[in-house]
Design a protein around this ligand. Sequence first.
Ligand SMILES: Cc1cc2nc3c(=O)[nH]c(=O)nc-3n(C[C@H](O)[C@H](O)[C@H](O)COP(=O)(O)OP(=O)(O)OC[C@H]3O[C@@H](n4cnc5c(N)ncnc54)[C@H](O)[C@@H]3O)c2cc1C
Length: 433
Amino acid sequence: MAWDFSTEPEFQEHLDWMREVVREEVWPLETLSHELEWDQLMRALAPVQEQVRERGLWAAHLEPELGGQGFGQVKLGLMHEILGTSPLAPFAFGNAAPDSGNSEILALAGTPEQKERYLYPLLAGDVRSAFSMTEPETAGSDPTQLRTRAVKDGDEWVIDGHKWFSSNGSIADFLIVMAVTDPEARRYQRASMFIVPADTPGVEIVRDVPTMEHPWESWAKYGNHAEIRYQDVRVPADALLGAEGAGFLIAQQRLYPGRIHHCMRWLGVSRRAFDMLCEYSLLREAHGSTLSEKQTVQNWIADSAAQMDAARLMTLHAAWKMDTDGVGAARREISLIKFFGAGVLHDVVDRALQVHGSLGYSTDMPLEAMYRYARGARFYDGPDEVHRESVARQILRGYEAPAGGVPTEHVPTRREAAREKFAHLLEAVTSND
Ligand SMILES: Cc1cc2nc3c(=O)[nH]c(=O)nc-3n(C[C@H](O)[C@H](O)[C@H](O)COP(=O)(O)OP(=O)(O)OC[C@H]3O[C@@H](n4cnc5c(N)ncnc54)[C@H](O)[C@@H]3O)c2cc1C
């Protein structure tokens, strides 16, 4: 009997330590993030980073030969649940996006030379990276429509295209660019990945796109999302990352585990919002009782707890399946948690914000920022609708329309069949003797 929901004691110790250090050393820095420059913030995190390294928890998503722990997805998931509680925590643990995902791509597909030149400096924090795939003119949810082209010209590739939402693009030292190398190939073998140093002639960072999360105009800040034009960008043949035509395959290898990490981080955010919801409901009084005594608020608390528990179990199960049967085996589970987890995050933060009234809407509480953050989760890394569609298609493969045009469970038809099947018994039980 192998069902087991426990965490091994040594790892639980790490988790307990992480929870404590993130709460005590990282959460307080959030409140200073507007008065400190990014580099100052990172310097303030340095003592925690030191402790994280000493514990062997730095960049834990990587394999041991790259300085990580080779933890499976279940352990990483449990870690991400804690890291998700603060936007700063991933920086303390060496696995902040997009550098963490890009380092995984380089580890997976990079040549020894590419690892030397890009991966190791990235892991050391000496350079920054961006992943440049989404285009304003084509649907990101259907990447087979990509228009950015890379054409071979002698020993070089020439890249032309228009991208946006390349997170950290304006501060990156290099960009991992997805471009079509063979438009005639099968749908998922048309694109390839290239490593493009940001100072390559023809790379134009047009702007950082203001968003719901960061609605003000800003330039070259950590976490910004860049619009980029690639015009006649020439890179050598060895800029190709992985095999020609393997762009989607590599992206999938990165995105599947990434979705587990996202979902567990969202649970960390949800939990923090939930704690605020419960605490404030006990404090605020209206119409003769605290909010905690109103049935609606009690429903919010119970529904949130149930949704978070469900999302947590589903996500850890997906992680376990990935660890046990491989990345591809958990495809359906990953799609399920991607849209379900994003919905839970949204709902829990929304209720927590609502219970706080105007205080929740104000920046005196972190809830409005959580709400803006939560909204994007419903479409980045695949919109809800696409994941639902994918899950439904996979499920429907196990069904077929009933022969004869009558639903299998149609009661009159079943009754008729039962009468025939049990005719001899029916005769006995309905006779009068
Ligand atoms: C915070 C943030 C960070 C990001 N970082 C990066 C990054 O670093 N690099 C990068 O390349 N990209 C990045 N992106 C872009 C992101 O990956 C895309 O936004 C996402 O893939 C969706 O693509 P799209 O925006 O073009 O939406 P579209 O594909 O145009 O979809 C628009 C809407 O159409 C609907 N829709 C689509 N397909 C279906 C369907 N089959 N059925 C029903 N409805 C459907 C959905 O409601 C969807 O939201 C980021 C986005 C955000 C918000």
